[in-house]
Design a binder for this molecule. Sequence first.
Ligand code: G3P
Ligand code: CA
Length: 269
Amino acid sequence: PTPHTDPTGGDGPVVVAHRGASAYAPENTLAAVDRAAAMGIDWVENDVQRTKDGRLVVIHDATLDRTTDVKKLYPRRSPWRVKDFTAAEIARLDAGSWFGPPYAGARVPTLRQYMARVSRNHQKLVLEIKNPQLYPGIERQTLELLSNEGWLDPDHLRHRLVIQSFSADSVRRVHELRPGIRTAYLGTPRTTELPAYARFTDQINSEYTRLSPRYVSTVHALKGPHDMPVKVFAWIVDSGFEAGRLTGFGVDGLITNVPDVVRRAVTAS
Ligand code: G3P
Ligand code: CA
């Protein structure tokens, strides 16, 4: 039997720091993870992709140019795709200066480095498999790494890990490879399609303007693969007003760049 998994608690929405506390530190860096921890935010979200030589790294865009100094170091390697650079090349890049001088020298973390930091901080992770169509086999590889790092033990499965993707195929693959993992589909399926999603996803993580109280209760009425009500997380909620409104809708999680602001709003509502 698959373990019972409900890492989200249930006492008001959990607050998830999107790409770390990304309004305050460069997204998807260890500094952004630490900034969330310093605010007392235990859930962080990240984006996982793969290098040319097959290493998993944490970065949002399919290309390196927005969030690193890759153009300066490798001016002739346009369009600077993550998948065209080795891990050693990516490790040389400055992923912090674009955000501000205090962060000069921040690096694109490998997934292993990232997991170590989240563990050290006693945090929990919403891990996004990003652009899986570019990286065949990335689901299996990610699960192997998580397993090696101790993240697929029963305690982590129950309390500390959600794996999400915009690709329903990728979410389904994760569920099939390791049914005990809590999964989330990033999107807002039509209500008629929701039962099919509930066969492999424990959560629907929606762009927040797509949500209504009726949609949230329709999702909650479904049982997910672990025989528990399917949950709803909303993204990207960066205003206290919207956070309060969505809390009133009954959402289970709020994914935000400003976790301090959102936590205050949730606590007040
Ligand atoms: O977790 C939700 C959010 O991360 C989805 O959008 O583009 O920031 O990965 P994006
Ligand atoms: Ca993401």
